[in-house]
Design a protein around this ligand. Sequence first.
Ligand code: GRF
Length: 222
Amino acid sequence: MAYPPPQSREQDYPAAPSPARLVVLISGSGTNLQALIEACADPAYGARIVAVGADRDAIAGLERAEAAGIPTFVHRVKDFPERTDWDAQLTGTTAGYAPDLVVSAGFMKILGGDFMRRFEGRIVNTHPALLPSFPGAHGVKDALAYGVKVTGCTVHLVDEGVDTGPIIAQGVVEVRDADYEDDGEALHERIKTVERGLLVEAVGRLAREGHRVQGRRVLFST
Ligand code: GRF
């Protein structure tokens, strides 16, 4: 079997009028969000964050959004009878902000069918490993457990799989012997340093230039 499965899809996603509207989804400390907030302060970046959404409250990322004067919303899966109800609410609230791009920046929930259909091709995720290796919630620890010598981060479009969407950009980080001593914490911090720059660069280009999905490839439009 060919890997990855061949895809013949071709689709254009033209740039939105500047500044592009971003909704950023988070679950934790929000350092990727912070990097986007700082990038958006420059009008030349071509994007602005119109809302920040989370799947939990009392997280540092929400405080960062509030400090920057950005509207926030929280939808917790456990507050809904079914996961599909949560997905419908997340989709509705996000759609209410009319985003041109949705950025999943450390959002630790799998987006559902409603959300995917509504924002298909315009959802960006960042993952702390070199996909397709080590998808899922433990990318850093899984890479370390495997004994890799290099790992890194991947910015990609979201599809219905877990970390399987077309890749936009990747960054490489070397693994050090000392990384085995703290369960990958220092390694994750080094990855996040690269990841923030990669995400800011990728989102800015998507916003300013638009993009085309050609099979597994994401091409910027200019
Ligand atoms: C990032 O490494 C992201 O890829 C992973 O969780 C981390 C989130 O960091 N899923 P932060 O909340 O942006 O600081």
